[in-house]
Design a protein around this ligand. Structure first.
Ligand code: HEM
Length: 457
């Protein structure tokens, strides 16, 4: 029978395989069409991934303009529904939160990330989130503010050095070092002076984690062939350099060991201590979560500490740098923040936790920076109240929002208010207008944020 075919059997087989492969690749692409959801046309294998080439943000904006508030895209074969409809955002993040508890899993990230709070699922996430949340209460943050203040003073000293030399400096380096000091101090009670020690391994390792370009071959594999991510993981190849994870893991281990049995150490007010209190040895011995309802294992403590360390660095230091940048370019706005800082300090006699909570104009400037860029005044009380609360969600919303939000807000207000107490941010020859964002996973700033500071008279 096969002999009757006009071409060799091998060609038939190859043709069949090619057809099957083609159908495998394009099969999911009807998902949104069937639901009547519009979106950009995907190409076989890549979906819309190649459109990220310009920048993810630009692609989002173009799609939003073209397809409106709800549209569908594909990363490889993975369908992703983009939702800009505020009612739907509320449904997903708050009302129907039980149906939308979990985040999307990107394979190949290694255990620290895959089993950390951001990726945990359902009951495991709920248990962990409730073990961690008390660490961010007002009482705890107030206590941590005392530790934070010390690092904010270091940050201001460093600005002072630059002011004296009339030097141009990359604000991102200073803010990054400050953020790292704060996380090390408040999350682990480890004293790091990254401002004066830029080659400190904490800084160099944390930076490595964020150099992940969306067109890095490993990222492409993870997005286009997620199953391959699992295989690579078996061979020790992960998105996050193993040596970085090992470094942070060992750092946490050291602190846990150092604190064991030391009463003074156990009185510390930091996140690690809170997690240590929630430690349940039964979980270390492999007793299942069904039997042990409360507490966390030692492995999990290490994972969460590392996650905080990694998660709080780039985010917060970017906001500090960009707010300083915006103020430098809008001197009249900076005048108003300075006025507010001076008035609150005069009233309270010091710059402490309570003082920082009384600075609505500074908060507005930070929010405007979070919203991204033009510094008009969109965040006045009346405007905030008139606006749908789901229209601006820099920290997410609902029970799965950013667990570090209040810490981050305190941290960046401390740095900015302390800096503005003494200095004025001004643009310099190296200031790039407008800021350019790298096409990386974590919105890094292209070329840094170059500024000068002038001592206030
Ligand atoms: C300006 C600084 C920061 C911004 C803009 C930010 C933003 C976000 C956003 C948008 C989310 C996702 C929320 C959602 O899905 O609804 C998130 C989650 C998270 N953030 Fe932040 N973050 C910041 C600082 C921090 C800090 C300092 C920490 C750690 C101390 C942190 C730890 C986390 C964690 C662990 C999650 C996952 C929470 C969960 O899944 O339960 N973040 N953050």
């Amino acid at each position: 029978m096969l002999e009757l075919l006009p071409f060799p059997f091998t060609w038939v087989l190859l043709g069949l395989c090619a057809a099957l492969l083609y159908f495998y690749l394009v099969w999911p692409y009807s998902a949104f069409k069937d639901l009547g959801i519009p979106g950009p046309k995907p190409v076989p294998l890549f979906g819309n991934y190649l459109s990220y080439g310009k920048s993810v943000g630009q692609f989002d904006r173009e799609c939003y303009k073209k397809f409106n508030k709800v549209y569908g895209i594909f990363e490889g074969r993975q369908p992703i529904m983009m939702v800009g409809d505020l009612e739907l955002v509320r449904d997903i993040t708050v009302r129907e939160t039980n149906n939308f508890t979990n985040r999307r899993v990107l394979e190949g990230q290694g255990e620290i990330i895959a089993k950390g709070l951001t990726m945990l699922k359902d009951e495991e996430w709920r248990r962990f989130r409730s073990a961690i949340s008390p660490a961010f209460s007002s009482v705890k943050l107030k206590q941590m503010a005392l530790v934070m203040e010390k690092y904010a003073d270091n940050f201001v000293d460093n600005l002072d050095e630059n002011a004296k030399q009339d030097a141009m400096f990359n604000m991102k380096d200073l803010a990054g070092a400050y953020t790292m000091d704060v996380i090390a101090g408040t999350a682990f009670g480890v004293d790091v002076d990254s401002l004066h020690d830029p080659n400190n391994p904490f800084i160099t390792n944390a930076k490595k984690r964020f150099d992940i370009n969306l067109f890095n071959p490993f990222m492409i594999i993870l997005f286009l062939f997620p199953q391959l991510g699992k295989v690579l993981l078996r061979f020790g190849v992960t998105l996050f350099p193993t040596e970085v994870i090992d470094f942070f893991n060992a750092a946490v281990d050291n602190v846990i060991n150092m604190r064991g049995g030391n009463e003074d150490e156990a009185k510390r007010v930091d996140f690690l201590q809170l997690l240590i209190k929630a430690h349940n040895e039964e979980l270390d011995r492999g007793v299942s979560h069904e039997l042990v309802k409360h507490g966390v294992s030692k492995k999990a403590i290490k994972r969460e500490s590392v996650l905080f360390w990694l998660g709080g660095y780039e985010t917060t230091s970017n906001v500090i740098s960009c707010t300083a940048y915006n103020l430098a370019l809008h001197q009249e706005v900076q005048d108003r923040v300075i006025e507010e800082v001076d008035a609150v300090i005069e009233k309270r006699g010091k710059l402490d936790y309570e003082a920082l909570m009384e600075m609505p104009f500074l908060e507005m400037c930070v929010n405007e920076t979070l919203r991204m860029f033009p510094a008009s005044q969109r965040f006045r009380k009346e405007e905030k109240e008139a606006r749908d609360p789901y229209a601006f969600l820099p920290f997410g919303s609902g029970p799965r929002n950013c667990v570090g939000m209040r810490l981050a807000q305190l941290e960046l207000r401390f740095a900015l208010a302390k800096a503005l107490q003494k200095f004025r941010f001004v643009p310099c020859d190296r200031t790039v207008v407008p800021i350019r964002i790298k096409n990386t996973l974590s919105n890094q700033i292209e070329g840094g944020v170059w500024l000068k500071v002038e001592a206030r008279t």
